[in-house]
Design a protein around this ligand. Sequence first.
Ligand SMILES: [Zn+2]
Length: 236
Amino acid sequence: MNILAIGAHPDDIEMQCAGTLALYKEMGHSIFIAVATNGNVGSPDLSLVEIADIRHKEQAKSCDIIGAELIWMDFEDEWLFNDRPTRTRFIDAIRQAKPDIIIAHGPTDYHPDHRAVAQLSEDARIPSSIRLVETSLPHLDHVPHLFFMDNVAGIGFEPEAYVNISSVIEVKRQMLLCHKSQDEWMRSLYGDCSITDLMEKNAAHRGAALGANYAEAFKEVKTFPQSGSYSLLPQI
Ligand SMILES: [Zn+2]
């Protein structure tokens, strides 16, 4: 299968579903990571252009760890909207990856860019398979399944499926550590709370629900034409 994960910012995919992607990779599937914004506000001292360039390189390095293809949409951080140009770009990202499964943020996430990705992913999913929705790429011959992923600290997210990521937690940690600029920024904002600390606490919390050391949590989008797709998630 082809798996496409769509995150709003560099490091979001690593936080919420990189373990699941690593498992899919081990199973022989092809992984695509799409990042909607360039993360250009994520610095206490660098310019918009400088930090965007660093974050692009950090994301590429993380993708290399699991051999994922990076789709860098390059919208501005904090200004992602569900308008026609943006939805068209999302359709093209889906058409490029030809995914069987899309994983994206959920609609109750804390960040406006995350919520925009949730809506854009859901709204681009079906048009990506419609011939007369014309973009720069040809339409798919199927409608991909869509899962929403957990959010940081899991607040307001009621999981319906868990993936045991205990065997790949180190891969997830190493991918997250590629986002060095964000680790430093998080520490400057929240003291000792690094992005890896946050990730591990969340993964351990979700793991407890599963009786595992670490897990990631998901919900399925239950709209026509698919439902009941949880068996497509990696089964450990
Ligand atoms: Zn984010």
